[in-house]
Design a protein around this ligand. Structure first.
Ligand code: IVH
Length: 675
């Protein structure tokens, strides 16, 4: 065969394989046996080997996975990936439906009812019909680039089918859906792992998540992953309803769950739930509930969002699984702020897809309320990814007298006195940073992503550093030398160098991040930014009295007293000094000094933004703007995020300036705020 003949044949083979993929994954109706499909694939591989110049990245043969990556790069979602509100009863679904009816001022609503797959969310970007990028959900704003891995999943088309000529895809579109591991594949994988003495996956969800986050795409390629699409984002090209959007996705070659139905009103939603619950065990994949979405996009828009979840959709979850096991003991764990948490030590028990050996008991009041005693048989519940908890005891199984549980009078880690603040449920170790447990937790917090973001400083390492006495405080981290680190457990030369580079990189934090990293009680990210913004320097914050601190937006008397107390403590001041000696230089917050270019302007924020809303508000206020909650004739600008609803329409009606988030970021940049 010469080159041009090969080119023709390669084209035919690819078209045939893509058609069979579509038959198999989208229509669930394979038309040829597996052996024949493999035969086509092998012929294509042979031709591509003979004529390597004919290989393209979209060829079905390329699903075997490319070179391993060093790490994943971050991807910012242009439209945040939101989560769903949960309902656990029919009553909650009826209440949801009532809110929808009232919000829309209609009598009936169409919903789309979908199974809620238990896998990992993924966003797929197609450009001119080709898969360009795939990203995980991450924190909803920023995920990880898993394109090389997604390419290995046969159910994800590398090229879109054209669909009906007049319903063809737009040049850019985003598809969201769930990557999952079908049960058959999960069991086969574990069976093989067992035989080969490798680690098994605990459940299909972890299997899907672990496989998708492999640095080596060739490993992902060997995992039996599948995919169902559940959302289309296509700007002006959106059809008027979600159901039609799913239809379009299918026409373009994306698999959509065949169980999806269009239903009307709450009663039919509940019927769908009952049906899925009854058939759950027969489905070829794990589901943890069902999802109902208002069908008409226009109605979705009217309803809008509350914080991170849409008002137009809800998940009805299957009841959490509960099992009975023996309570062997109660351990007391010490957190970053010294809070003691009682944790149940259980006879291992399989529940909700994993073996549970620990469960939270929350606090002493809860233990007393439930009358839980060591030696009891207890009911343990595990729902989704939530930490398992002890729900109740089985009183008839208690044998003889068991002593009541009491909190220890001394910290189980450092032996310092334990105190309970009047009116609080929490007991605390008074050891402060003398207590290794608190030290470990505060160092981990200092290094965490939203704080100084020191990659590679994980729990195992920090425990070693603290327990060997190499690190007493966060300042000691910057005194670590290569020789100290190489030779610690799990620390090779490469990870040591990476960690040292990370530490060096972390030496110029922006003031708000440093403030957050210090772990002052009640000072979260937003408060840290507000404080940094208001005072400008750490010295000014340290010198502020409680009466000055409460002037800061977001800061009440409790926060003010914690901040003030932190800077009165000589030990904390010493650590700040040591950090400076080690070369840390905190940077003033980006943005203008003193000048207030947006003074006299009144802004309203609506819709879902990529950055936390409180942050947008802080930034605007720093530039002098007033930020209010409702649109009126006095509003200067409306910042409209994704899926903005009634406020946006009102602004349009009143002829008020509207900015989208990109324009807002540009405006910030113009005013010297770089994010
Ligand atoms: S819609 C704004 N539909 O459930 C709505 N999510 O909390 C965004 N999930 O991690 C999600 N099946 O990956 C939607 N049919 C479905 C789903 C589904 C599973 C997952 C999703 C996300 C979580 C939502």
């Amino acid at each position: 065969m010469n080159r041009s003949e090969a080119e023709v044949r390669v084209g035919q083979l690819r078209a045939q394989i893509e058609r069979h993929d579509y038959q198999y994954y989208v229509l669930d109706e394979p038309t040829i046996p597996d052996a024949e499909y493999d035969h086509l694939m092998r012929e294509l591989q042979a031709l591509e080997r003979a004529f390597p110049e004919l290989v393209t990245s979209e060829s079905p043969t390329q699903r075997v996975g490319g070179e391993p990556l060093e790490g994943f790069t971050e991807v910012r979602h242009r439209t945040p990936m939101l989560s769903l509100a949960n309902a656990f009863s029919a009553e909650e679904i009826e209440q949801f439906h009532d809110r929808v009816i009232r919000g829309l001022e209609v009598e009936h609503v169409d919903y789309v009812a979908e199974p809620k797959l238990d896998g990992v969310a993924i966003a797929l970007h197609y450009r001119d019909g080709r898969l360009q990028q795939a990203a995980t959900r991450g924190d909803g704003n920023t995920g990880e680039d898993v394109t090389s891995n997604a390419r290995t999943i046969a159910a994800i088309p590398l090229r879109l089918k054209n669909g009906d000529a007049d319903r063809s895809w737009p040049a850019r579109l985003e598809v969201r859906g769930e990557v999952y591991m079908p049960l058959a594949g999960f069991e086969a994988y574990n069976e093989l792992a067992r035989r080969e003495g490798r680690k098994e996956f605990v459940n299909p969800r972890n299997a899907a998540a672990g496989s998708l986050r492999q640095l080596d795409p060739r490993l992902t390629a060997q995992r039996p992953l599948a995919f169902y699409a559940y959302a289309l984002l296509a700007g002006d090209a959106m059809p008027p309803s979600h159901y039609e959007a799913l239809r379009l996705l299918q026409e373009w070659g994306l698999p959509v769950n065949p169980e999806v139905r269009r239903v009307r009103d709450a009663a039919s939603c509940l019927g769908f739930y009952e049906d899925m619950a009854a058939r759950r065990a027969e489905l070829p994949y794990d589901i943890d509930g069902v999802v109902f979405k208002v069908d008409r996009l226009e109605q979705q828009e009217t309803l809008g969002f509350v914080s991170r979840a849409p008002r137009w959709a809800i998940a009805q979850k299957f009841p959490a699984q509960e099992v009975v096991t023996h309570l062997l003991g109660v351990d007391v764990q010490v957190g970053r702020t010294g809070a003691l948490t009682p944790v149940a030590r259980l006879e291992p028990v399989f529940v909700g897809g994993v073996t549970v050996t620990n469960a939270t008991l929350h606090n002493l009041d809860e233990i007393h309320r439930k009358d839980v005693r060591v030696g009891d048989w207890v009911v343990v519940r595990r729902a989704g990814d939530v930490i398992p908890e002890v729900v109740s005891v089985v009183p008839e199984r208690r044998e003889g007298e068991l002593p009541e549980f009491e909190m220890p009078a001394a910290c189980p880690v450092c032996g310092s006195a334990v105190e309970r603040v009047e009116g609080e449920a929490v007991f605390r170790c008074t050891g402060g940073l003398f207590c290794p447990a608190q030290r470990i937790r505060s160092i981990l917090h200092f290094a965490s992503r939203k704080a100084l973001d020191i990659e590679g400083l994980g729990e195992k390492l920090v425990v070693q550093l603290v327990e060997t006495g190499m690190v007493h405080s966060v300042a000691d981290l910057y005194r670590l030398e290569r020789d100290d680190l190489v030779g610690l457990e799990r620390m090779g030369e490469k990870s040591t160098d990476n960690l040292l580079a990370q530490l060096e990189r972390s030496k110029t934090p922006v003031l708000d991040r440093l403030l957050y990293a210090l772990g002052i009680r009640e000072v979260g990210e937003v408060t840290a930014t507000a404080l940094a913004r208001h005072f400008g320097t750490l010295e000014a914050i340290g010198a502020a009295g409680e009466e000055d601190l409460v002037d800061v937006p977001d800061v009440g008397p409790v926060v003010a007293s914690h901040v003030h107390a932190f800077f009165q403590e000589s030990h904390n001041l010493e650590i700040l000094e040591q950090l400076q000696d080690a070369g840390l230089r905190w940077q003033p917050l980006e943005g203008p000094e003193g000048e207030q270019p947006l003074a006299d302007q009144t802004w309203v924020l609506t819709g879902a933004l990529g950055m936390p809303r409180a942050r947008a508000k802080n930034l605007l206020e720093a530039l002098g703007a007033r930020v209010t909650g409702s649109v009126s004739a006095r509003t200067t600008v409306v910042l409209a995020g994704a899926e903005a609803g009634s406020k946006l329409r009102k602004a349009e009606k009143l002829g008020i300036d509207i900015l989208d988030e990109d324009a807002f970021l540009e405006l910030l940049e113009q005013h010297g705020v770089s994010l």
